[in-house]
Design a protein around this ligand. Structure first.
Ligand SMILES: Cc1cc2nc3c(=O)[nH]c(=O)nc-3n(C[C@H](O)[C@H](O)[C@H](O)COP(=O)(O)O)c2cc1C
Length: 152
């Protein structure tokens, strides 16, 4: 089974989780790049605002998700919501993603991030996970092992 782990990460947590999942599943990785500057205090404030408003953004990614049997998609939670980069990725690739699984990393409260991802993709994922910064590695490993059992 060909598996892709596509993710956006501003400060490295989601990238770290994606790496653990990819290694456990023997999957390829694709980092989604947000072309908008999210650095500094202004970038931080704009990030939260854009996520809250459900904004899309200009993104770059390199792998075609239609070439995979399963696409695992990861995003940080911003203001309880999905990031603009992953919102855009899901909208652009809605037709190209067959089976999907979602995860989000957050400091403590994810609220509606995963529900938004489900809504945007328009289908139920095989598995969903919320990983907390404090237990990120363990949460990611458990998620990946659970998913591995599901895909056989
Ligand atoms: C703009 C912004 C908003 C955030 N909002 C939330 C939030 O609502 N709930 C939460 O638990 N963590 C929140 N966080 C923390 C991140 O979700 C968490 O640190 C995440 O692991 C960052 O992922 P990254 O390192 O891959 O960018 C927020 C972070 C940023 C930058």
């Amino acid at each position: 089974m060909k598996i892709l782990v596509a993710f956006y990460s501003r400060s490295g947590n989601t990238k770290r989780a994606a790496g653990i999942i990819a290694k456990t599943l023997g999957a390829e990785m694709d980092e989604i790049i947000d072309k908008k500057n999210r650095r500094g205090i202004l970038g931080f404030l704009r990030a939260g605002y854009d996520a809250t408003r459900g904004k899309t953004t200009e993104i770059e990614f390199h792998k075609d998700p239609s070439g995979y049997d399963l696409v695992v998609i990861g995003t940080p939670t911003w203001n309880g919501r999905v990031t603009p980069a992953v919102r855009t990725y899901l909208l652009k690739n809605r037709e190209k993603i067959g089976r999907a699984a979602f995860f989000t990393t957050c400091a403590g409260r994810s609220r509606r991030c995963l529900a938004q991802m489900r809504e945007i993709l328009g289908k139920e994922p095989m598995k969903e996970g919320i990983f907390y910064v404090k237990s990120l590695e363990r949460d990611a490993r458990e998620f990946a092992e659970g998913l591995k059992k599901l895909v056989g």
